[in-house]
Design a protein around this ligand. Structure first.
Ligand code: NDP
Ligand code: MG
Length: 385
């Protein structure tokens, strides 16, 4: 019998982290968790360490009422320790399931150490796509996309001749306000924005789905993962989220990947690739009618998608600016400091003010990210005064 593959799970307490643990419970003979991280949910992290007998745990922040971790756990708190965990010599696979640009550093650390990175954290590619992909090329590290749309493309292109790929169409549910009259968008609440019609996800990506900033980030992510020009990347609204992406080949044939809207499918595929085993959940039932409708997104309803597409075309630092301003704006919306429709105006403002440049190294990227955050923060302050 083969020994289980050892892996590290960064962002273990989140939505993707939880789905990854479901895959692990199903396949304990194939995977062994050796390291986990969280931001501040110490109790949840300690429970994961207990259940899966995890040797290494990292927490960004100590909380007042720290729980006891299983005896012998190597528990760390310093920022650099997260990078060390991502590069742990025993780990074959590193799942990056952190939210936001905070995923960039550990993704680079894992790739620098030549790991197979199961990447859910799309923001790291949006912020540092060039550096991330060049690092993987240089070290032989591998990026396996876990974002459902990109994992779908990954599956559809597997075994196809190089250069046969023409274009990619990512599907989007349209989020919480897909059918709301446009005039009512200005009054929507956080609770409504968090009520996603199909997917159960963390709060940031759920709000990003409602604005379709998420699909914008994913178009940029696809650009770096699959090397296609911006005009070869499309987004289409598909309300039931059964088809995750289409791949159009140069001969005009289109492939699609279908599975129910749960991340366990994409995560299992990326963790156990190239093998296939029974999944965690029941799959599609074709004995009932399935809705396979598709329609182009209305950019008036989704200005964040338009801004992301423009940033992708512009290139350089524009995707980074889009991402940082979006992260700040979403946070401000969650704190009830700005309204839902102001999210796009914060991003637009940052994109129009920030000078275009081409940060290359990690430090340059992080510096530029901080500058955008300061600018967006000032804008938010002026709007919420
Ligand atoms: P969650 O908010 O549910 O979880 C985020 C995880 O990252 C938690 O473990 C959290 O710890 C940790 N974390 C938060 N902030 C930081 C930080 N600054 N530094 C280090 N760790 C941090 O997010 P999701 O699981 O929904 O999303 C994770 C990533 O996967 C995102 O990039 C998202 O876009 C992507 N994704 C998510 C999908 C989904 O279905 N959820 C689908 C496809 C992609 P703590 O719990 O302690 O706060
Ligand atoms: Mg996705």
């Amino acid at each position: 019998m083969r020994t289980p593959k050892k892996f590290v799970l960064l962002g273990a307490t989140g939505s993707i982290g939880t789905s990854t643990l479901r895959v692990l419970r199903k396949h304990p003979d194939k995977l062994k968790l050796i390291g986990v991280s969280a931001h501040s949910r110490a109790r949840e992290l300690a429970n994961i360490v207990d259940e899966f007998d995890v040797a290494h745990a990292h927490l960004n922040r100590k909380i007042d009422d720290m729980p006891n971790f299983r005896e012998g756990t190597n528990l760390t708190f310093e920022a650099e320790a997260l990078d060390h965990l991502a590069a742990h010599p025993e780990a074959e696979i590193v799942v990056v399931a952190l939210v936001g640009a905070a995923g960039l550093r550990p993704t680079l650390a894992a790739l620098e150490a030549g790991k197979k990175v199961v990447l859910a954290n799309k923001e790291s590619l949006v912020v540092g796509g060039q550096l991330v992909t060049e690092t993987a090329c240089r070290t032989g590290g591998q990026i396996i996309p876990a974002d459902s749309e990109h994992n779908a493309v990954f599956q559809c292109t597997m075994g196809q001749p190089t250069n046969s790929l023409d274009s990619i169409i990512l599907t989007a549910s349209g989020g919480a306000f897909r059918d709301l009259p446009l005039g009512e968008l200005k009054n929507v609440t956080l609770k409504q924005a968090l009520n996603h019609p199909n997917w159960s996800m963390g709060p940031k990506v759920t709000i990003d789905s409602a604005t379709m900033a998420n699909k914008g980030l994913e178009l940029i992510e696809a650009h770096w993962l699959f090397g296609l020009a911006p005009e070869k990347l499309e987004a289409v609204i598909h309300p039931p989220s059964l088809v995750h992406a289409f791949v159009r080949f140069v001969d005009g044939c289109c492939f699609a990947q279908l599975s129910p809207p749960s991340m366990t499918f994409a995560l299992q595929n990326s963790l156990l690739h190239p093998k296939r085993f029974p999944g965690v959940e029941p799959t599609l039932d074709f004995s009932n009618p399935l809705d396979l409708s598709f329609s182009p997104p209305c950019l008036k309803r989704y200005p964040c998608l338009k801004l992301a597409q423009e940033a992708l075309h512009q290139g350089g630092s524009a995707p980074l600016v889009f991402n940082a301003a979006n992260e700040l704006a979403v946070e401000a919306f969650q704190m009830n400091r700005i309204g839902f429709i102001q999210i796009s105006s914060i991003i637009e403002h940052s994109l129009s003010i920030m000078e275009s440049c081409n940060p290359k190294s990690l430090n340059e990227l992080l510096d530029h990210d901080q500058r955008v955050r300061r600018l967006a923060s000032e804008r938010i302050n002026s709007l919420s005064d």
